[in-house]
Design a protein around this ligand. Structure first.
Ligand code: SF4
Length: 735
């Protein structure tokens, strides 16, 4: 026999961590992933990878991989099941609950780390087969306020700019983001631009000094939560100094008079007081933005994770509209997506208010279009519950079964104890993940093993609307399967279980009885068979693609073959296109009824939970450079703990009082308390403390940041205020 080649095979993929969406080349032997290198041809990173990306191969063949379905009892005893038995059990329990309580007694909570195909199938399962719109995603914790802001101001959910704009801008305004940690490869572009363009000025508004502020020409350490006041104050100065673009305002916008009146109230003096910033610094930042030839704004969770996140987003977009800084190279508002496919999830409608192709549940025409495409009678018109209310409904017993996929809400949602109470109250919990155990898995009745990065084919969309094709390099371990296949096979099993349950198992589904006869199917099983006839991932992609035809995100001209041949492409990419579109609104026409972008004029409102005598410090939470979300994946790599091995509370020496550096402190909010080591730090202003959000009980038994956070929501985006809670800090006393 010929000797086996020792040269590893190479397969192109995408990093599954942050929304930068870096291309990676997987080195493997067809069985095991041996290493990774950056893809020099991928336009998101041109070969670069950060510490997380470079160690990806160590996350695949890890001891904590879930490899077989497990039945779990409430005492924590687990026993393996075959797939048929596992899905049969899930289908039986779902059918029983639907029969007794209707389809809206079941819910799905999924993830921006799922692929577009996964999202499409689970969304069709919930809204098309079951008849529940209770499907939300952890992207609710990430981008919901940016989505709401784009829709309100620009008329649609889309990022107008692209990574290339970093090199064209002469002012980059970063607010509520630390891309040096959260989007490291994208941040390298900013560093490059600073070297190559001596005229580039970088402004960073962040309550803390971070690795990002270290390259800023101006750092505005504003009081947490005062972003709207700051943004209105900047616009006030732009108006006063006549640095606005009157032609653009007149031709392409509406609502200017009301906004102008609003920002009159935000004088530099008042804003300086509210934001606790020097007036001169605010003025300098405004002039820098206003005099720029091309100004680009980048933001992330610091604006989004707020009870006023939508207002913060629209106030930032106002700055761009008032100065005409949009739709041309180097100019535009550019929200940075946290997760690798948060945008793809929205594209396929994987949220309680959406349908595929950026359609709205509340729009009868949109429902009819998707019902027609899916071949069903109707879709229920009422949006489902978003993440936090969904878990509250579970605790109240209104939702009795929940299917959680590729996310760890016990660590990531606010008010962690509430999430635990909800999962304990649920009658049936499915946790589908590539890793086991997780903190959420402890409350599961059924654990389903999912294929991970490198083990399946998929598409994802990154922060700049760029769709990439991930290819499979190696088989999944054990019995693990791609998420979309699990959802498909569950749908088929559920069809049979609904038939077996008899009666009217899904009364009021989609606004009427779920009657297969109305769907031209003889039975639920036949209906499921017809809806989920997906032999492979590509067939899912093709069906999704049809839903985008004629829509703002039209990708009817894309195919996997084209992506493989021409490389990743930005949407829209309609039939006949030869390349994707780098920037949107280049003609100044916006997808609103009038064709004009809208100025919104929100008033500044304080944080949801103000400090007081009992809770005198402001807690803000955030990310570490080398960790990701709740550590399910990055926690598999020992070297990633070298940077910061445990959750440390950063506290200003003037707030530390009797707490020496390195001592254990109890941090208490109105929801609960955690015990962590403290680090004296002048990175944040006195009065503010910082705790990383990653560590669950598996990695830091008493250091879970979201024990402390509160479930206050933005009224429009329903994104929770994870960035601010009132706390007190005292020495930890052990009995
Ligand atoms: Fe992965 Fe983001 Fe790092 Fe790129 S920047 S390698 S996408 S974690």
């Amino acid at each position: 026999a010929a000797p086996q080649s020792t040269i590893p095979q190479e397969t192109k993929s995408i990093c599954p961590y942050c929304g930068t969406g870096c291309g990676v080349i997987i080195q493997h032997d067809g069985r095991r992933i041996l290493g990774v290198r950056g893809d020099p041809d991928h336009p998101a990173n041109f070969g670069r990878l950060c510490t997380k990306g470079r160690t990806l191969h160590q996350t695949v063949h890890a001891p904590d991989r879930a490899t077989r379905p497990l039945r779990r009892d409430r005492q924590g005893k687990e026993r393996p099941l075959h797939w048929d038995a596992a899905l049969g059990l899930a289908a039986k329990r779902f059918a029983e609950i639907m029969r007794a309580h209707g389809p809206r007694a079941v819910a799905f909570y999924v993830s921006g780390q799922l692929s577009t195909e996964d999202y499409y199938v689970v969304n069709k399962l919930a809204k098309g087969l079951i008849g529940t719109n209770h499907i939300d995603t952890n992207s609710r914790l990430c981008m919901a306020s940016a989505v709401a802001g784009y829709k309100a101001s620009l008329g649609m959910d889309s990022v107008p700019a692209c990574y290339e704009d970093i090199a064209h801008a002469d002012c980059i305004f970063i607010i509520g983001a630390n891309p040096a940690y959260a989007h490291p490869v994208m941040f390298r572009r900013i560093e490059d631009a600073k070297v190559q363009n001596p005229d580039l000025r970088i402004i960073v508004a962040d309550p803390r000094k971070t690795a990002t502020t270290s390259i800023a020409d101006l750092h505005l350490p504003l009081k947490p939560g005062t972003d709207v006041a700051l943004l209105h104050g900047l616009l006030h100065i732009l108006v006063w100094d006549d640095l606005i673009d009157r032609d653009f305002i007149r031709t392409h916008t509406e609502g200017w008079a009301a906004l102008k009146q609003r920002v009159q109230e935000y004088t530099p003096k008042q804003v300086a007081e509210l934001c606790e910033l020097p007036e001169a610094l605010i003025r300098e930042a405004a002039l820098c933005f206003g005099r720029a030839r091309a100004a680009l704004s980048l933001w992330c969770q610091g604006l989004n994770q707020s009870a006023h996140g939508t207002d913060k987003n629209t106030a930032l977009i106002n700055l761009h509209l008032a100065t005409g800084q949009i739709g041309r190279p180097g100019a535009g508002p550019f929200s940075l997506t946290g997760q690798p496919n948060a945008m793809g999830g929205r594209e396929v409608g994987g949220m309680p208010n959406l349908l595929p192709g950026h359609r709205e549940i509340t729009n009868p025409e949109h429902r009819a279009e998707i019902a027609r495409l899916w071949g069903i009678e109707a879709i229920h018109p009422e949006p489902g519950l978003t993440a936090v209310p969904l878990f509250e409904a579970i605790e109240r017993g209104e939702i009795k079964a929940v299917w959680i996929a590729c996310t760890n809400p016990v660590v990531s949602l606010p008010d962690q104890q509430q999430v635990v109470r909800a999962l304990q109250a649920a009658e049936f919990v499915v946790v589908q993940d590539a890793y086991h155990p997780t903190e959420t898995g402890e409350y599961a009745d059924l654990i389903l093993p999912a294929a991970s990065w490198g083990e399946r084919e998929a598409i994802v969309t990154n922060s700049e609307r760029r769709i990439s094709h991930l290819r499979q390099a190696v088989p999944p371990p054990g019995q693990a399967r791609p998420d979309w296949q699990i959802f498909r096979d569950f749908a088929l099993a559920l069809g049979k279980a609904l038939d077996a349950a008899g009666g009217e198992p899904a009364r009021e589904a989609r606004g009427q009885d779920l009657d297969p006869a109305r769907e031209q199917a003889r039975s639920h099983a036949e209906l499921a068979q017809r809806l989920f006839e997906f032999p492979d991932a590509e067939s899912v992609f093709q069906e999704y693609r049809e839903t985008t035809r004629g829509r703002d995100l039209d990708i009817s001209g894309l195919s996997l073959a084209l992506l493989d041949r021409e490389g990743p492409q930005q949407w829209p990419f309609p039939a006949g296109a030869t390349r994707g579109q780098a920037r949107l609104y280049t003609d100044g026409i916006f997808p609103t009824p009038s064709g004009r972008a809208r100025f919104l004029a929100p008033d500044y409102a304080p944080v949801a939970e103000e400090i007081d005598a009992r809770y005198p410090l402001r807690l803000t939470t955030g990310r570490l450079r080398d960790q990701w979300h709740t550590l399910s994946r990055s926690g598999q790599v020992a070297s990633l703990f070298r940077h910061v091995p445990e959750p440390l509370l950063d506290i200003h020496p003037s707030d530390a009082g009797r707490l020496p550096e390195g001592s254990l402190a109890r941090i208490t909010s109105r929801r609960g308390s955690v015990v962590v080591r403290i680090r004296h730090s002048t990175l944040q202003q006195p009065g503010t403390v910082f705790l990383p959000m990653h560590f669950g009980s598996r990695f830091a038994p008493s250091g879970m940041a979201n024990v402390l956070t509160l479930p206050a929501l933005d009224p429009v985006s329903k994104q929770p205020e994870l960035k601010h809670a009132a706390v007190r800090v005292e020495p930890a006393v052990f009995a």
